[in-house]
Design a protein around this ligand. Sequence first.
Ligand SMILES: [Zn+2]
Length: 413
Amino acid sequence: MADAHLFSGGLLFDGMNAPQPGLGVMVQAGRITAVEPESRFAGWTGTSVDCSGGTLLPGLIDAHIHLALEAGLDPVGTLRSRPVGDLTCRILENAAATLAGGVTSARDLGGFDWLEVSVRQAIAEGRQVGPTLRCAGRVITITGGHGAWIGESSDGPDAWRRAVRLNAKNGADCIKLMATGGVLTPGVEPQSPHPNLSELTAATEMAHDLGLRVAVHAQGAAGIRRALLAGVDSIEHGFELEDDLIAMMLDRGVFLSGTLSSMDQLVRHSDRLSAEMRAKVERWHVRHFASFRRFVQAGGRMVLGTDAGTPGNHHGANAGELALMVDLGMTPLAALQAGTREGADLLNLPDRGRIAVGAAADLLLVEGNPVDDISRAADRRNHRALWKDGRAVRTVAPVADGPLYLPAAAAGF
Ligand SMILES: [Zn+2]
């Protein structure tokens, strides 16, 4: 038991059940080897981590981030201005910031030329610091559609199938489809369905044949309906979840990734956005939050997804999504489940997002009990320590709310 560590003395949230006292967690070689009543470890003389006054959680899982985006007000212009080496460095920095925010696994739902796939590999091999990543590679969209500035523009079922194959060939381990317009892309509207059902179905079937799960950007109801009919695995954003769409999601076990952080930041910074973006935010933010609340009330399956990298939505501030989820009707326990075990299930990471024998030792120690007060987990000033695969990645690092990047062109890109 040379490198074994015993975590004890605090509450334990295992990813599912309400936090419990009196349990010890043994970690060795990056894995959890025992979860037992503390009395079983009496006489332990090896290394111990005292969790008194705190709660030990699985590291958080963010099911929707963009490592290539920098949270500035002009994502399109900024991305276009970056030389490839600079962009690669920033992806690495954003990955490290994500981990420092308590997020030990994350799904990148739209990168740039698969640079983030190489970063995923470097992290997995221990050469760089960051969360365990799932990467969708290039988003798949229609010509002139949402995200075309980073995506694979495709028209017709064969082209959508080919775009899935192209991503798989370049190492994607999930697929992102754009079913509607969106807020950040000029000239498209969130309520407009973009691909037709045959395109969405062709891509979804191709992805599933290759063993890849499918996340769909779907804001207005028409696009959400097509995505659900196509058989996708998660709806991203879901601004307009009507009752029958929610019923379809519950029936099919489709997850919602609410991306409340993204809309919250857009609302906060609306006076600094382009006129077009500001108008979309004004039209949609109330409906988006109401839609999320309806899904919660219906008991739908939820993951934590922030859309980190969108304007004002900084990498490393991901945990704040937990507080927004609770503001919109989730219990703190349900929000924590969404941010750990449910995320692991959607991302197909069966040995993460939980504290159980055999699981990876991705552990977050927070002050107090987050079920009594979600800010204990949502506000990273309350994060006491973090371990990734059993290794301490940092102790306390209070977050600075970084300045917004505001290029001169932001007013009217
Ligand atoms: Zn996104």
